[in-house]
Ligand binder design. Structure first.
Ligand SMILES: CC(C)(COP(=O)(O)OP(=O)(O)OC[C@H]1O[C@@H](n2cnc3c(N)ncnc32)[C@H](O)[C@@H]1OP(=O)(O)O)[C@@H](O)C(=O)NCCC(=O)NCCS
Length: 200
C-alpha cells in the first residue's frame, strides 16, 4: 500500500508494508489469539467489562477447532506476521461474522474492510443469503465500518452480554431477501381459516 504525503512543492511517497488475506492454517492459531488480545483489550479502558473481553477472545484450541471445521477463518498478514482476523460460521445459509479484530498498530489501513469483503465474497460464492453479527456500543470503529459496508442495524439485545447491550447488524446479499423480510409480504399472509370451506 502506498500513501502520499504533501510537502508543499514535493510529494513524498511513503510505502506501507502490503498485507495479504488468506485462510488460516493450524499453525496460525496462536498468532490469531494474540491479535485478538491486542485488538480487544483496549476496549476495557472504554468501560467494556473485562469478563466480556476475555470471553470474546477465543482460546487457541478453539481457533484450531474452527480451522479444522467448515468455519471460514481468515487472516491478514504482513510478511510473516498475522495482523488481523475474522471468522465466518455458516448456519442455515446465513453467515455469522465473529472474532473480528485488527492489531491496533495496523488499524485504519483498510485491513478490516478487506477481511470483511473477502468473507462476503466467500458467503456469496457459497450461496448464503446474508451476513450477520452482534457488536457492542463501545466498538465504535466497528459500527462505523459495518455501516459503511452496507450492514444495517436490525435489533438490540439489551443487558445481554455481561450486562452490556448488544446490537444486531445484518447485510443481505441478494436483493430479494432484502425486499421480502416484512410480514406485509404476501408470502407471509395466512389464509385465515380458508381450509374450513374445503371441508364443509
Ligand atoms: C473494527 C476493526 C477491526 C477495524 O479494523 P481496521 O483495519 O482499522 O478497519 P479499516 O482500516 O478497514 O477501517 C475502515 C473503516 O472503519 C472505521 N474506522 C476504523 N478505525 C476508526 C477510528 N479509529 N475511528 C473512527 N472510525 C474508524 C472507518 O469508517 C473506516 O473507514 P475510513 O477509513 O473510510 O474512515 C478494528 O478497529 C478493531 O480491531 N477494533 C477492536 C475490535 C473490535 O471492535 N472488533 C469488532 C467486534 S464486533
Amino acid at each position: 500500500m502506498v500513501s502520499f504525503i504533501d510537502l508543499g512543492d514535493t510529494v513524498q511517497i511513503k510505502s506501507e508494508p502490503a498485507f495479504k488475506i488468506r485462510k488460516a492454517t493450524l499453525e496460525d492459531a496462536l498468532a490469531i489469539y494474540r491479535v485478538m488480545q491486542a485488538a480487544f483489550y483496549p476496549l476495557i479502558s472504554r468501560g467494556y467489562p473485562k469478563k466480556a473481553v476475555d470471553r470474546t477472545i477465543s482460546k487457541p484450541w478453539i481457533i484450531r477447532d474452527r480451522i479444522l471445521s467448515a468455519s471460514q477463518v481468515l487472516i491478514a498478514e504482513i510478511g510473516n506476521d498475522v495482523v488481523g482476523t475474522v471468522t465466518g460460521f455458516e448456519e442455515h445459509e446465513s453467515m455469522r461474522v465473529s472474532s473480528f479484530g485488527v492489531h491496533p498498530m495496523y488499524q485504519c489501513r483498510g485491513i478490516g474492510t478487506e477481511l470483511l469483503e473477502t468473507l462476503e465474497s466467500i458467503a456469496i460464492k457459497n450461496g448464503n443469503h446474508k451476513l450477520f453479527l452482534v457488536t457492542a456500543w463501545v466498538m465504535t470503529e466497528a459500527i462505523q465500518l459495518y455501516q459503511s459496508l452496507g450492514y444495517r442495524k436490525e435489533g438490540f439485545l439489551r443487558s445481554h452480554y455481561y450486562g452490556e447491550d448488544l446490537i444486531i447488524f445484518s447485510k443481505y446479499l441478494f436483493r430479494e431477501d432484502d425486499d421480502n423480510w416484512s410480514s406485509s409480504n404476501p408470502k407471509h399472509k395466512i389464509e385465515h381459516c380458508s381450509w374450513r370451506f374445503w371441508l364443509f
